[in-house]
Design a protein around this ligand. Structure first.
Ligand code: SF4
Length: 443
């Protein structure tokens, strides 16, 4: 078995931070009890905002459909075998987009568009064309719009990828998780290396600029040898970017994970060592981006990080300037005009709100100016590993000073004068805590 000794992080700290990370959830942020509901959000959207009026925006569309459920899945998705269910979803998506632009004005330029899920490319060609025509009708998508989608390799084909490229997508991320057959069997997610290689080649052939992937660590049956094989195969594929996610078996929240045999799960120390193997395996060919992503040298993210202008929004690391973000579909997050809200998670409540002409919000928060400063400070720390003036972190919250002081006491942060930096140990231990989602996990 792998050992965490090479990292020299005390076992007690590994356990403590894994527990903190496992307990972190976005539920309190989007709880209906925060008082931000559909009406409050509609009111906020209707207020003129001089800063954002006419400025380009980001759009995220959630497409919660997959052919099968992977056992390690943490995403909000449903298993659909009836194309009519996806057609109905698109009907409601069209209503939701219209509801928003009726309030904010149509024709705003998109600086960023991302399709996530689920498996966005589980939609048929006809449905993908329809989806893009809905967005095209209401927003301005041009050659400078950063267009990306997540894709399930098992649903991808040369003709589908050519269609997606023709529809304007320039960046695609094939979700892989792990390339070892034993690990794939344990999570019920079978993607042969030949198939993955084929879809990577096809995406490049049709002209995608960025072909990326992900890797998940902490999966059942992962060990030092399996992760090394996966890393070798991954390097052969030469993805533009690799996002790295931690897996925690959470059987209460995600009952399908009960099918994973707990005896197959790596220990916490092994999990840490697996992450270390990924970092070491990628270090000669990739730049470590923020806390948990990797990009080829020369990639816009690598350059942005080198120039201290890397940012993070709900769609991930970005070199783009901050903008309003509209989220459409179940589970989608909107972050604009000081509000951060999430749509209903399930299709039923989402669709019935939209059918009644209401924003399908399950809950959210209104951020004060100080909250936003604090969020920006945490995000900057995550992106650039340092903060020149950490005072913003300690504003208006009694709990936070002790949290950051704890991190410093445990060697995860270094504080010199007004400057705070994330240490190497901190980069390993804090990414799950600060990054379950973004921006900055809303504290
Ligand atoms: S393909 Fe992705 S979203 Fe769909 S079930 Fe598997 S992990 Fe979840």
């Amino acid at each position: 078995m792998v050992s965490s000794a090479q990292l020299d992080i005390p076992q007690a700290i590994i356990c403590r931070y894994n527990k903190i990370a496992a307990a972190k959830t976005l539920d309190p942020v989007f709880s209906p009890s925060n008082g931000v509901d559909s009406k409050a959000f509609a009111h906020a959207l209707a207020q003129p905002d001089d800063d954002s009026l006419g400025a380009p925006v980001g759009v995220y569309v959630h497409l919660p459909f997959c052919p099968v459920r992977c056992l390690d899945c943490d995403n909000n998705t449903s298993i659909a075998h009836d194309p009519a269910a996806i057609d109905r979803y698109l009907d409601n998506l069209e209503r939701e987009v219209a509801l928003t632009v009726d309030t904010t004005g149509s024709g705003r330029r998109l600086q960023q568009l991302h399709l996530g899920g689920g498996s966005p490319n589980y939609l048929s060609d006809r449905q993908l064309v329809r989806l893009m025509s809905i967005l095209d009708r209401h927003f301005k998508i041009d050659a400078d719009t950063e267009t990306s989608l997540d894709a399930n390799p098992n649903n991808a084909s040369l003709s589908q990828l050519a269609l997606l490229h023709g529809l304007g997508f320039r960046s695609i991320s094939f979700s892989v998780h792990d390339l070892d057959p034993g690990v794939q069997l344990a999570i019920g997610r079978l993607n042969s290396l030949d198939k993955i290689r084929d879809v990577f080649d096809s995406a490049r052939e049709v002209g995608f600029d960025t072909v990326s992937t992900d890797i998940v660590y902490g999966l059942p049956r992962q060990n030092a040898r399996s992760i090394e094989r996966t890393m070798r195969n991954l390097l052969d594929l030469s993805p533009s970017r690799i996002s790295c996610f931690a897996f925690t078996r959470a059987t209460n929240e995600r009952t399908h994970q009960r099918a994973i045999d707990p005896k197959d799960m790596p220990s916490l120390a092994d999990k840490m060592a697996l992450f270390n193997s990924i970092v070491q395996g990628l270090s000669s060919d990739y730049v470590w981006i923020g806390l948990d992503s990797f990009a080829k040298p020369g990639d816009p993210l690598s350059e942005a990080q080198a120039q201290h202008r890397l940012r993070k929004n709900w769609l991930g690391y970005t070199q783009l300037p901050p903008s309003d973000l509209h989220g459409f579909g179940t589970n989608a997050i909107s972050d604009l005009r000081g509000y951060c809200v999430q749509n209903h998670l399930q299709i039923g409540p989402w669709q019935s709100a939209v059918a009644q002409g209401q924003f399908p919000i399950r809950g959210g928060v209104k951020l004060s100016g100080k909250d936003r400063q604090r969020r920006d400070a945490i995000t900057e720390l995550m992106c650039n590993m340092e903060l020149h003036d950490y005072a913003a972190l300690f504003d208006n919250d009694d709990q936070q000073p002790s949290t950051w002081t704890d991190y410093a006491r445990d060697g995860l942060l270094a504080i010199t004068g007004e400057r705070m930096t994330i240490t190497t140990h901190g980069r390993y231990m804090l990414h799950e805590i600060l990054n379950t989602s973004s921006p900055a996990h809303i504290f």
